[in-house]
Design a protein around this ligand. Structure first.
Ligand SMILES: [Zn+2]
Length: 363
């Protein structure tokens, strides 16, 4: 009730998922945990939200309510997926269709229909390989950012997911790419350095979902954190990802998701200029009537958010997540996605910063 009155009458809850998997135990051994939810837990989220009185809505509905163009008698829940992982097509899509729940999938279009893997999945995999071989950071020829990432993880002082998020958010795509190459080289190359998991939808699968009414938004070309890129690259990522989806689906694309949740005034200006109507963040805050449709707040959910003390599904815990109890109690704090725009000079300088670091086997 408190959140409802804060939001201007009705709650506008936007939830975000990445991968919906069949074999959670298996995936947890090899994938970034924070991207995973089992299909059973996902189904229970939907059922529980429906039972709690939420009406499932599209992102367009939420934007219209926020702008005061339409009203709603019930709280709205918008289901979103980032990145276009194939598991969403295989396991979430049939369920959503059966339950009549609308959803939007944000696509990094350069990846769709390819066998490529995302940088975050590649880095996670490379670090796992290094951990399995019990390698430790040592001085030779790796770029400095690679040590900053791998060092604390391999020495056990930092959890992988935390370090990865920060690293990808702080470096340009070029630096991230360079670090991947450097790590691959250090690990001796070979096909097993590319993760098997984390495959991405192809355009036929996207069209299949679109024919059933599911929506697609843009999520850059190369899953790029835009605030780290020079102006021309930023604009290209926005325009061309929109055009690619429009070309493949024949429908206008007006919704965007910021990679890593990071945005700047400049990014928002470009989105408006190129015909977008919304941008979703990963800021875990309530959406308010009258709020900015280009900084839509989202609750990013994964399996652990619903696992109780006994290790099984907890309805109470899920209810607390949906109701935002932890934020209201001050137990969880939202991270803001607004960032200053870093200049091209800074990005170029990063490439020059090198030191003498590599991995060695333990003695
Ligand atoms: Zn993403």
């Amino acid at each position: 009730m408190y959140r409802r009155s804060q939001s201007g009458g009705r709650r506008l809850l936007i939830v975000s998922y990445h991968r919906v998997v069949e074999d959670l135990t298996g995936e947890l051994q090899r994938s970034i945990p924070g991207l995973l939810i089992s299909k059973e837990t996902f189904r229970r989220h939907l059922e529980q939200a429906a039972a709690a009185g939420y009406e499932f809505a599209t992102i367009g509905d939420a934007v219209d309510v926020m702008a005061g163009r339409r009203s709603t008698k019930r709280d709205l829940c918008v289901v979103t997926f980032d990145d276009g992982y194939r598991d969403v097509y295989r396991f979430a899509y049939p369920l959503l269709k059966r339950m009549g729940v609308p959803a939007i999938v944000y696509l990094p279009t350069d990846f769709i229909g390819t066998k490529r893997r995302f940088n975050h999945d590649r880095l996670f995999h490379l670090i796992q390989v290094a951990q399995k071989r019990r390698l430790r950071p040592y001085f030779t020829t790796l770029p400095e950012p690679a040590l900053k990432l791998a060092g604390p993880i391999l020495s056990g002082s930092r959890p992988v997911s935390d370090a990865l998020d920060e690293f990808i958010g702080e470096h340009s795509a070029r630096v991230v790419q360079e670090v991947i190459q450097a790590l691959e080289q250090e690990l001796g190359g070979g096909a097993n350095l590319l993760p098997e998991q984390g495959d991405i939808m192809d355009w036929d699968e996207v069209r299949h979902m679109a024919r059933d009414g599911f929506e697609f938004g843009a999520h850059t070309l190369g899953h790029t954190v835009l605030t780290m890129e020079p102006a021309e690259q930023m604009e290209r990522e926005i325009i061309e990802s929109k055009q690619a989806i429009e070309r493949e689906l024949g429908t206008p694309v007006r919704d965007f998701a910021y990679c890593n949740g990071w945005y700047s005034e400049e990014v928002i200006r470009l989105l408006k200029q190129h015909g977008f109507r919304s941008g979703v963040t990963t800021e875990d805050l309530p959406n308010r009537v009258g709020g900015d449709p280009f900084t839509l707040k989202r609750k990013v959910l994964w399996e652990n958010f619903s696992i109780g003390m006994l290790g099984d599904y907890s309805e109470a815990l899920t209810g607390c997540q949906l109701d935002d109890c932890f934020a209201m109690l001050g137990v969880s704090r939202p991270v803001t996605g607004r960032r200053p725009h870093l200049s091209a000079t800074r990005a170029a300088n990063e490439l020059l910063m090198r030191s003498q670091i590599s991995l060695e086997e333990p003695t």
